[in-house]
Design a protein around this ligand. Structure first.
Ligand code: ADP
Ligand code: MG
Ligand code: MG
Length: 880
């Protein structure tokens, strides 16, 4: 009933340390609006203003672009509030208030929506501003900027087909040519007040000739037009493309922020900048960013003038720098995450215009998460949620091969804007880059600077290279977000779009030539440069790097250790299952494990989207999951509500003299079929779930440690039965394979019989080596050194396949398997899959896949840990 009296609140004010909204209200106020309110509340210097909610956007689209009737009065109150705080008046002829009209969706959508600055200027107010500021040039600079932005965004005065440049730019260029004849590169700041007046008059003529109407003089009409344009831009093509790529729902809508202007363009004591509280490329804890003196914000991000690094400000304006350092600390301790913020300095005073959680590379995400735990800013479970699982790909992605890069020819240096290494054929425009990528080429997109029109080309490219723009330029921003390798602002490059050539020094490159870019170092090389494994792979698999040599590895290892901790809950369920003495108890415990497993598999299927997903059924001996020392046993007993004696007894019962050859692998599933049943159920229920989203799923179930055909038969029966059950329950159809590991000699010897049941073989070369050589990997260290010295073995057989012995068994198994089942899918899994000579050997045998999968394993673990934390959160939320 109350609703009938109270009208909806559509406008949220902020200013003077008070705000109607706060940082938690992103859905209603958009990200920008919510954080402007939050920053205001915590006392940061934010110019006052108000936010029009996303509900108005929804209303706008539901009502043929009309507004709710209450809006006007609420906006007037908002403007009055700003006027009161600042002692200025909107449209006033003495002390006019100018505003910025800024879009702001729930998630930031860089470059997609449009912002209008200096609104409220007209032929009268500009004179008042000039007088009041005692700075004629500044006032007219604001005015010409306003007409250009408003003309472009609201009135649609834009490039037409056949035109090379934006029409406003063309007007500026021709005026510059008249004012500074013969001078090619004239910065806007050199045009004086009279020049700017002339520019304003030409801009207005342009608007008139293009739109048939005069430029609107009334500030309220201007405001209405600008707000309509921001809401309108929610549905422009670029915004739609972006939303599609990042799965942002259309219904969310954008908010609009109307905020008092502060001016970075009053002269050399003013400026605008963009900064990060830490380096978003490497994650290092340094103040990082850039600024331009005598500029408004758009100049910094537009990439037209290349800005200066923020540390230069320490030299130019010590007090402002100190204030920014202070703000940087306040932001991190309040928001507890790396912030990406925008600021303007007006006559030596710093103002905050925006803050948000900064986009970062995978490398930076891992480092920042780890370091913030160390700094006690966040607890470790939060650290896990801070690294998007798919970003781990970037940390694991190849870098340039050290030897190859030493002999490569460095042709230019730019800013490291997206780490990683990429080689490809160069293209100078987005369409051509997309065509190249579609025909299977590796492509680099090379532009003077990028703009949102290049988005498709950037998505298609392996790497992005620009000649102009800083670390907050469009190219850098998008690259970081998409995880693309990027070097920007490589100013030695001369790019000509027309002739499609790139000149640098004496050298010329044309479309289709190869270049290589190192986005970690900011370097550009001629030709194609060979790549090498990431540092993590080099430590883990190749052992060519020691852990202490790689900070990246150490952070990564820390993160993985936390992941294991997060998975503790499911280990408890596992332990319950193992402790169970009766089948019923075991089934109950398995039922608890099922959702975890299903989540894991669903995440993996989504990640692989249609690629085969190999799933190995439970392999390690059960006692490995139980604690062995008394303290840990006591703890577990308390947690599970059983006696310590019971646990100790079970551990004792499960004790094996030789666990490697004990009750493990398929032997578990044979004795306890309900374990295999649960696993199969998790696989197929997850498959059904993911298939419903339209994603193809191809599970390949792998039964470990098979030696007898009957073992496989029994496990197959379980799998097929469960598949049928789930298919009926969920009305689904599954496309799956069941195969086996070949990892004990008996299986290799009778591979023809095994192949009657198995649809594929995967050689478990680690166990196969242990069982063939009769050597345990964990105990061989004591004598293998001597063996190598005496040349009994050439290489450690656990690092590189023993081709003469183990290899012969593999060869035989391949031949026998193919005899029964021609075309049988063959592969290897295990660490040998990461070792070059073993891989070559497998290739010779005709194995079709090598699945050491070092890339997928950590990603799956991270995703699983995140899922586990989500479940904990959901369980807590449910109780609230
Ligand atoms: P985007 O979402 O594209 O970053 P913003 O709304 O943040 O758009 O505006 C772009 C730039 O305009 C900002 O970087 C900032 O420098 C400048 N700007 C925005 N609001 C104001 C303001 N109130 N006063 C001065 N400059 C502003
Ligand atoms: Mg913008
Ligand atoms: Mg911004």
């Amino acid at each position: 009933m109350a609703k009938a009296f109270a009208s909806t609140k559509y406008v949220y004010l902020f200013g003077n340390k008070k705000a109607d909204g706060d940082g938690s209200m992103k859905a209603l106020l958009g990200g920008k609006g919510a954080n402007l309110a939050e920053m205001t509340r915590i006392g940061l210097p934010v110019p006052p203003g108000f936010t029009i909610t996303t509900e108005v956007c929804a209303y706008f689209y539901a009502n043929k672009r009309a507004y709710p009737k209450e809006l006007r009065a609420q906006m007037e109150a908002g403007v009055t509030n700003m006027e009161r705080i600042l002692g200025k008046k909107f449209g006033d002829l003495e002390n006019p208030l100018l505003v910025a009209v800024r879009s702001g969706a729930r998630d930031s959508m860089p470059g997609m929506m449009d912002t209008i600055l200096n609104l409220g200027l007209n032929d009268q107010t500009v004179i008042a501003l000039a007088k009041r500021s005692n700075n004629e040039r500044f006032a007219w600079d604001c005015y010409r900027r306003f007409i250009q932005m408003y003309g472009d965004v609201v009135l649609g005065v834009q490039k037409r087909a056949g035109e090379d440049h934006e029409p406003f730019e063309t007007v500026i260029e021709s005026l510059k040519a008249e004012l500074f004849p013969g001078d090619k590169q004239v910065e806007d700041t050199r045009i004086d007040a009279n020049g700017l007046k002339e520019l304003v008059s030409r801009f207005k003529k342009l608007v008139k000739s293009r739109t048939g109407r005069e430029f609107p003089e009334n500030p309220w009409d201007q405001l209405k037009g600008a707000i309509g344009a921001v809401f309108g831009s929610w549905m422009n093509d670029r915004a739609i493309v972006y939303r599609r790529k990042y799965n942002i729902p259309q219904e969310w809508g954008t908010a609009v922020n109307v905020q008092a202007m502060v001016f970075g363009n009053t002269g050399e004591r003013s400026g605008s900048g963009v900064a990060f509280t830490r380096d978003p490329a490497s994650g290092e804890r340094v103040f990082y960013g850039e600024f331009l003196m005598n500029a408004q914000g758009e100049d910094v991000v537009a990439g037209v003038r290349t800005p200066e690094p923020v540390r230069e400000l320490a030299r130019k304006q010590r007090a402002s720098y100190a204030e920014l350092e202070r703000i940087r600390k306040v932001l991190e301790s309040h928001f507890k995450d790396m912030q990406d913020f925008e600021f303007t300095i007006e006559e030596g005073k710093v103002f905050m215009l925006q803050t948000r959680n900064g986009k970062r590379t995978g490398l930076a995400a891992v480092r920042i998460a780890c370091e913030m735990v160390k700094e006690k800013l966040i607890p470790w479970p939060t650290a896990i949620t801070r690294v998007p699982a798919e970003q781990l790909d970037q940390v694991l992605a190849p870098v340039f091969d050290r030897a190859a890069i030493r002999s490569a020819k460095l042709i230019a240096k730019g800013l490291p804007a997206g780490p990683g290494a990429a080689s490809g054929k160069i293209y100078f425009n987005a369409e051509r880059a997309v065509e190249g990528a579609n025909s299977g080429e590796k492509v680099l997109l090379v532009r003077i600077e990028t703009s949102p029109e290049d988005l498709r080309g950037m998505i298609a490219a392996e790497g992005i290279l620009t000649a102009r723009g800083g670390v907050s330029s469009h190219a850098a921003l998008v690259a970081r977000q998409m995880g693309k390798v990027c070097v920007c602002g490589a100013s030695a490059l001369h790019i000509d779009y027309h002739t499609k050539r790139l000149d640098v020094g004496e050298q010329t490159f044309r479309e289709g030539d190869y270049l290589s870019v190192d986005g970690t170092a900011g370097e550009v090389y001629a030709g194609q440069v060979k790549t090498a494994a990431s540092e993590i792979i080099q430590v883990l698999l190749e052992k060519s790097l020691k852990p202490e040599q790689s900070q990246t590895y150490r952070n990564y290892a820390q993160l993985m250790q936390w992941c294991s901790q997060a998975e503790g809950d499911r280990i408890d369920a596992m332990r319950e299952m193992i402790l169970a003495e009766k089948t019923d108890d075991r089934r109950r415990a398995l039922a608890k494990l099922l959702p975890y497993q299903r989540e894991d598999f669903a995440g993996m299927f989504e990640e692989l989207s249609g690629l085969p997903a190999t799933i190995r059924f439970l392999d390690p001996p059960l006692h490995e999951f139980l604690p062995h020392d008394h303290a840990a046993q006591t703890q577990l007993a308390e947690k599970l509500g059983v006696s310590v004696e019971k646990i100790a007894k079970r551990v004792h019962d499960l004790h094996e003299f030789n666990p490697m050859l004990g009750h493990r692998g398929c032997r578990l599933g044979i004795v306890y079929p309900e374990i295999s049943e649960m696993q199969a159920r998790a696989v197929f229920e997850a498959a059904a779930e993911v298939q419903k989203q339209g994603i193809k799923v191809r599970p390949e179930i792998m039964i470990p440690l098979v030696g007898f055909p009957k073992e496989l038969q029994l496990q197959l029966e379980v799998v097929h039965r469960v598949a049928k059950e789930v298919a009926a329950e969920r009305k689904a159809k599954f496309n799956y394979l069941v195969g086996t590991m070949i990892e004990i000699p008996r299986a290799a010897l009778i591979a023809d019989e095994i192949a009657r049941e198995a649809e594929f073989f995967s050689f478990g070369t680690n166990d196969l080596t242990q069982t063939t050589l009769g050597m345990s990997r964990d105990d061989s260290g004591s004598f293998l050194g001597a063996y190598a010295e005496l040349e009994i073995v050439k290489q450690n057989p656990f690092a590189s396949i023993d081709q003469t012995g183990v290899g012969k068994l593999m060869e035989m198994a391949c031949a026998l398997g193919r005899k029964t089942r021609p075309g049988i899918k063959l592969g290897i899994c295990g660490e040998h899959g990461g070792e070059p000579s073993s891989v070559k050997f497998c290739h010779r045998l005709g194995l079709s896949y090598v699945s050491c999968s070092p890339f997928r394993v950590p990603i799956a673990r991270l995703a699983a840990a995140q899922a586990a934390l989500e479940e904990v959160k959901a369980a807590r939320g449910g109780r609230k």
